[in-house]
Design a binder for this molecule. Structure first.
Ligand code: NAP
Ligand code: ZN
Ligand code: ZN
Length: 348
């Protein structure tokens, strides 16, 4: 086993601190990755704070990982030392259930293994990407196209796939009017991806303070949800809404924005329940759905799509000792638009 530097949470309330995690030896199908960049997802904060259920501490989070392969097992053929490699929210699944066979490992019927806080096959608790190295089975390692800038690619591994998957499933494209609620990490990727797919994109943010940024990302329209005129103005005008907000919303207001057969998809994951009045779904035969990350095959497709269309996250790079401050800024909706940890700062 190898002990490597990491950023560690000792409890739900404790500030993040430097510490270590242990990585297993490289098995025949394993890839050891020296992590260069690690994105900060709001899910890291929900998890550590215990908002999604109890955790086992100490815990190292992070599931947006970009790095370089430094060792491969004897049976690994898809990766070689020196390759760029990515790891997202999953590090393993049963691979034999119907959902795994369909490439939807996130819905593994026997329980997919998350990149952090999950019990791994060997009984240890998985530890995430705020660390200098990770060892992952080759089937769950992604290829990072060379044309994508290395320091900005990590957020695609969660924020990218989590928005790409529902945009694809609900067929965002020319003639489809897509609304994106919340312009944070996931929201800004939803905008860029939906624009690249050819959809007409409307941002719904709390205020107009990020309007210029949203339009620069390619959004066609931008509205403030704090403006009482917004909801009547946009009534029945959207075909697909991707909700990326980390807090509960008044769903009725948003359902009212859906046109005939429109769908409201929540990827935002607040712990609190949100009441639904079914009558507001009867009108226009509306649907209310959720979506969880994406499978490995679709994640690779998303990376290749981003390379082909020049879709790149907007990031702010932080050092290992600035992560507490970055988390506070995420919680204050003050993120432009994804924090990425320069993992080299954890090596010194
Ligand atoms: P983020 O960067 O913090 O973005 C969330 C955005 O929501 C904020 O930037 C803000 O946008 C808006 N917002 C925050 N608080 C709000 C409030 N009280 N009322 C209205 N709007 C508010 O977070 P993220 O990393 O993108 O993640 C967003 C959510 O998706 C989190 O709950 C996360 O856990 C979840 N998530 C789910 C999946 C999945 O598989 N389904 C995967 C990854 C993340 P404005 O300032 O523009 O209003
Ligand atoms: Zn995430
Ligand atoms: Zn399975």
């Amino acid at each position: 086993m190898t002990v490597v530097p990491a950023i560690v949470s000792a409890s739900p309330e404790a500030p993040l601190e430097r510490g270590t995690v242990t990585r297993r030896e490289v098995g025949p199908r394993d890839v050891r990755i020296a992590i260069a960049w690690a994105g900060i997802c709001h899910s890291d904060i929900h998890t550590v704070r215990g908002e999604w259920g109890e955790q086992r501490y100490p815990l190292t989070v992070g599931h947006e990982i970009a790095g370089t392969v430094v060792e491969v097992g004897a049976q690994v053929t898809a990766f070689a030392v020196g390759d760029r490699a990515g790891v997202g929210c999953l590090v393993d699944s049963c691979r034999t259930c119907s959902n795994c066979l369909a490439g939807e490992e996130q819905h593994c019927e026997n329980g997919a293994i998350g990149t952090y806080g999950a019990v791994d096959r060997d009984g240890t608790v998985t530890q995430g990407g705020y660390s200098t190295e990770i060892v992952v089975t080759d089937d769950f390692v992604l290829r990072i196209p060379e044309s994508l800038p290395f320091d900005r690619v990590a957020p695609l591994l969660c924020a990218g796939i989590t928005t790409y998957s529902p945009l694809r499933h609900w067929k965002a494209g020319p003639g489809v009017r897509v609304g994106v609620v919340g312009l944070g990490g996931l929201g800004h990727m939803a905008v860029k991806l939906a624009v690249a797919m050819g959809a007409h994109v409307t941002v719904l943010s709390q205020t107009l303070s990020k309007r210029d940024d949203g339009l620069a990302m390619g959004a066609h329209e931008y509205f403030a949800t704090s403006d009482p005129e917004t909801f009547p103005t946009l009534a029945r005008s959207l075909d697909l809404i991707i909700n990326t907000v980390s807090a509960p919303l008044d769903l009725e207001q948003y359902f009212g924005l859906l046109a005939l057969n429109g769908t409201f998809v929540s990827v935002g994951a607040p712990p609190e329940p949100m009441p639904v009045q079914v009558f507001s779904l009867f009108t226009n035969r509306r649907s209310f759905a959720g979506s969880s990350i994406g499978g490995i095959r679709e994640t690779q497709e998303m990376l290749d799509f981003c390379a082909e269309h020049g879709v790149v996250p907007d990031v702010e790079i932080v050092g290992a000792d600035e992560v507490n401050e970055a988390w506070a800024r995420v919680l204050a909706s003050d993120v432009r638009y994804r924090f990425v940890i320069d993992v080299d700062t954890l090596r010194s």
